[in-house]
Write a protein that binds this ligand. Structure first.
Ligand code: MRU
Length: 363
């Protein structure tokens, strides 16, 4: 995607072929800063502090994190430890584990001296595949938007999304936003309701920023507004991303997604989830009982980041100093509330049968 006319991905190999460059997403939309990662520790820090975030992107960063770690030690024990450390950085998004396991599967059988080059090749492959996968999600999802448009009498299609599942959350294109980018490219007028997504405001700071750059009509709304808009016929469909979807179609995504799905079901608004196959955890059936939910620090709830009238970026407290907060980062939307899953292989029902229809090799 383009930033001020220059094409960017969210992660790329530095010109020297050793370091990795990322966009520091904690500073957007106020500052566009590219950060270079040279060590495993820096990659882990970027994932934990959410300089990079979004399930597919943290998977890609972990893959490159292995490359950076191998620069210091190519031994098997070191490699396994790197994998464990990377997976531990964020517990909910299964793409992190998926990418690490894929890297270890390729690297462990090799001789130590072969590993570094093979690691860079595999990490690059993960990134290339992610781009193609998401573009395909975009094509399938755009058909759903086109169907609504055909019924809408030429009016813009109103899509509500939660958090950021745009290109910044992946290597490129995004998952939930890919259908919106594609539909927009096809000339379909789309208007996006952007949930601000407390506590970190990924909607306000990242999704809105992406939509501004793409020239797509949108309005930012507080997280509590979606239900009201749905009651008044102002949402045609919801599309969100996911950090882990169970084999039976339960969807774990950014905290607040579940409430949107409940409101959508009550108002008969279709609720779609866009995901690559790598986000399905085939070993888990019951999302509420089995998916580990990341608990993040209370400062994310007690403070907001913003810019003041003089342009200074800072953090601002919004609660009494004595107040404590809890900060579960994700929730689980049961499959029964999900209209369909938009994958790179097509759209299916949120069910074991639906998923196995598209991914029969997992049966
Ligand atoms: O905590 P974050 O910002 O990493 O959470 C991201 C989300 O919840 C996204 O919806 C999800 O990772 C899908 S990204 C394509």
């Amino acid at each position: 995607m383009k930033v001020n006319g220059t094409a960017y991905r969210s992660i790329w190999l530095a010109d020297d072929g050793k370091g990795v460059e990322i966009i520091d997403q904690t500073l957007l939309p106020f500052q566009f800063k590219v950060v270079r990662l040279d060590t495993l520790e820096q990659a882990m820090d970027a994932i934990s502090r959410m300089l990079v975030r979004g399930a597919p992107l943290i998977g890609a960063t972990a893959a490159y994190g292995i490359c950076l770690g191998l620069r210091a030690d190519q031994g098997s024990e070191a490699l396994k430890k790197m994998g464990e450390q990377l997976i531990g950085c964020r517990p909910t998004a299964v793409n992190l584990r998926w990418a690490v396991e894929r890297m270890l599967q390729v690297l462990l059988p090799l001789e130590e001296e072969q590993r570094l080059q093979a690691a860079y090749a595999e990490a690059a492959k993960i990134c290339e595949e992610d781009v193609l996968t998401n573009e395909s999600i975009g094509r399938h999802g755009a058909k759903l938007i086109a169907e609504v448009y055909a019924r809408n009498g030429g009016n813009p299609v109103n899509v509500l999304t939660h958090c950021n599942a745009g290109w910044l959350a992946t290597v490129d294109w995004g998952t939930a936003l890919a259908p919106i980018f594609k539909a927009s490219e096809q000339g379909i007028p789309v208007h996006v309701w952007v949930d601000e997504t407390r506590p970190r405001n990924q909607g306000a700071s990242l999704t809105a920023w992406e939509l501004v750059a793409a020239g797509i009509d949108h309005h930012l709304i507080v997280d509590n507004a979606g239900g009201h808009l749905m009651q008044h016929g102002q949402v045609d469909l919801c599309i969100v991303g996911t950090d882990r979807t169970t084999a039976s179609g339960d969807v774990c995504n950014k905290i607040g997604t579940y409430l949107k799905a409940l409101a959508a079901a009550d108002n008969e608004v279709p609720f779609y989830v866009a995901l690559p196959g790598s986000t399905v955890d085939w070993g888990v059936d019951d999302g509420v009982a089995q998916i580990p939910i990341e608990e993040r620090g209370q400062d994310e709830v007690l403070q907001l980041m913003g810019v003041d009238a003089s342009g200074g970026v800072g953090r601002f407290s919004i609660a009494p100093a004595a107040t404590q907060a809890v900060n579960p980062a994700f929730d689980v939307t049961p499959a029964r509330l999900v209209t369909g899953l938009i994958t790179e292989r097509g759209v299916c029902s949120a069910s074991k049968q639906g998923l196995l229809g598209l991914y029969p090799e997992k049966g």
